[in-house]
Write a protein that binds this ligand. Structure first.
Ligand code: HEM
Length: 514
């Protein structure tokens, strides 16, 4: 009797309870929308209504948001609210006011946190903590160290040439898109662990590694839009993660990659199998107790984040710059001829080993590399920072402290007032020394200031030695079925060519001797 009264009461109450819950939710959402649009400290910053009230606006554009942001600037001007708590700037004069040495703008935690690597130098929000972590990395990436280890790069460039020559002999188009990425990963893995991944030796040119690196992108965007999901997702057992979500599985796979590599270096050091004096590597240095006076050596779980960020930071950025350069050289006879004439005037022997110090003094090759960096963009999307106290003024708008603010190379590098006909690959625009100095101020492929890319000296060495060696060896190469349309990017922080487009491939005449 009493249970039937109870169930009848529940049945009567249930619809009512649902109305209450739905009503409360609606009121919460409505209050939030009204607050964010009309009473939020950024309420006066122009921008689309939806972007001002929800991060789902960004989620709708995802990897193409960087292009949408450009349209928003055309509509709303140089200062645009692109997320409820985020502002984007387009005026190039503002770049050095955010990204400078000793900057007070820290990295935005909600953006960099989405990479799931809290212990990496790259994603550290606090500039103070970053300073210590960066100090440990700097010596391995100094120009001096890069020059000492230049032979690693020359070795990989030579392998690339052998791969190209084999393709020509077999009359098969050679997949330069992956081959250039292999150069970068094979160099950095050698540099990091004294054990190159040798992806260039694999028949698929390490496609699995690049698929893995690309797989992180969707996870990053999901965690940015649905922040509450990240801590829950990271608690999922690693064996279950790939079954539930491919991107999440990728995050775990890259983390395991880091753990395995660091454990391997640690055990080789303990077994005395690594001569860390004769041949220092990034992780032998990061594991040496003498580099942490009065502090414990970081654990494998902490260092795995550094490993993950270094492998991913090096692969696509450098690969994209080489692909961009090679495409435009092969697609433009005039550029190809001028480049080879300059290379042969510096290195008349067709089988010479090309050294970085000579190569970096060649003006035309330097113009080619600057254009490659400009039109591959480095990191194509924004680099979000947190506005410090007491806030700042940009183009007449007050940006309160705590606001996320950012700028992008996509806009900087295509500014027609600085780079007329901006999508034209023109090494010539860099040839006059006065023009060079003026343009140099406006390209930012490596970012600027305290958080500028630590790998920049190595990246330059790779670009000069690989592109110099490759085009010194090969005349008459042609692009195979790739068009500028194929070189467009989506922004997963690293820039990726769109799925389904043609990779850069090359064909050409057989070489007698390589
Ligand atoms: C053409 C090649 C490269 C480009 C265009 C490039 C671009 C960039 C950019 C724009 C940043 C700043 C990111 C930010 O502010 O959030 C960065 C940071 C970083 N890059 Fe690179 N990168 C390149 C090559 C490399 C290489 C070869 C490495 C090798 C390890 C590397 C390692 C890093 C690391 C560790 C950071 C974080 C630095 C810090 O926060 O102190 N990069 N890179």
């Amino acid at each position: 009797m009493s249970s039937s009264i109870l169930s009848a009461a529940v049945q009567q109450l249930a619809p009512c309870a649902w109305y209450i819950v739905a009503g409360a939710l609606l009121a919460f959402v409505a209050t939030r929308v009204v607050y964010r649009r009309f009473f939020h400290p950024l309420a006066k910053i122009p921008g689309p209504f939806l972007a001002s009230v929800t991060t789902l606006y960004q989620a709708a554009y995802n990897a193409q948001y960087y292009k949408k942001i450009e349209q928003l600037h055309q509509i709303y001007g140089p200062v645009v609210r692109i997320n409820p708590n985020e502002v984007h700037l387009s005026d190039p004069e503002n770049y050095d006011k955010i990204y400078y040495m000793g900057t007070r703008f820290g990295k935005a935690p909600e953006f960099y946190g989405s990479f799931c690597i809290p212990h990496a130098t790259f994603s550290t929000p606090s500039n103070e903590v970053h300073k210590g972590r960066r100090a440990a990395l700097n010596p391995m990436f100094s120009r001096k160290m890069v020059l000492e280890l230049e032979s690693i790069v020359q070795d990989k460039a030579d392998k690339l040439c052998k791969l190209m020559a084999k393709g020509l002999r077999e009359t098969k188009p050679v997949d330069l898109h992956h081959a250039f990425r292999c150069v970068s990963v094979d160099v950095i893995s050698d540099y990091a662990f004294d054990k190159s991944y040798n992806l260039m030796d694999q028949p698929d040119l390490g496609a699995h590694f690049f698929v893995m690196a690309r797989g992180i992108g969707p996870a990053m965007y999901t965690f940015q839009s649905l922040r509450w999901l990240q801590p829950l997702a990271l608690k999922i057992p690693p064996w279950l993660a790939p079954k539930l979500s491919k991107p999440l599985g990728t995050v775990f796979a890259l983390q395991m990659e880091g753990v395995n590599q660091i454990e391997d270096v640690r055990s080789r050091m303990e077994a005395g199998k690594l001569d860390t004096e004769a041949r220092p590597t990034i992780f032998t240095e990061l594991l040496k107790p003498e580099n942490y006076p009065g502090r414990p050596v970081p654990s494998t779980m902490e260092l795995k984040d550094e490993c993950y960020s270094i492998l991913v930071a090096a692969a696509d950025t450098t690969g994209n710059a080489m692909t961009t350069a090679a495409y435009h050289i092969m697609a433009n006879r005039d550029i190809y001829d001028k480049l080879r004439a300059e290379l042969f005037s510096a290195f008349p022997d067709p089988h010479a080993t090309l050294d970085f110090l000579t190569l970096e003094r060649l003006p035309y090759l330097t113009g080619v590399i600057k254009e490659a960096l400009r039109l591959s963009f480095g990191v194509i999307g924004r680099l979000p920072r947190v506005t410090p106290e007491p806030g700042v003024h940009f183009n007449g708008y007050y940006i309160p402290p705590g606001t996320t603010i950012g700028m992008s190379s996509w806009l900087m590098h295509r500014n027609p007032e600085v780079f007329p006909d901006p999508m034209k690959f023109s090494p010539e625009r860099w040839l006059d020394p006065a023009d060079f100095r003026r343009l140099e101020k406006h390209i930012v492929p490596f970012g600027r200031g305290s958080r500028q890319c630590v790998g920049m000296p190595l990246a330059y060495c790779e670009l000069y030695v690989t592109l110099g060696t490759f085009f010194h060896r090969f005349a008459g190469l042609e692009v195979f079925k790739t068009t500028p349309h194929d070189l467009e990017y989506e922004d997963f922080f690293s820039s990726y060519h769109l799925a389904g487009r043609n990779w850069l491939r090359a064909v050409g005449p057989v070489l007698e001797k390589v």
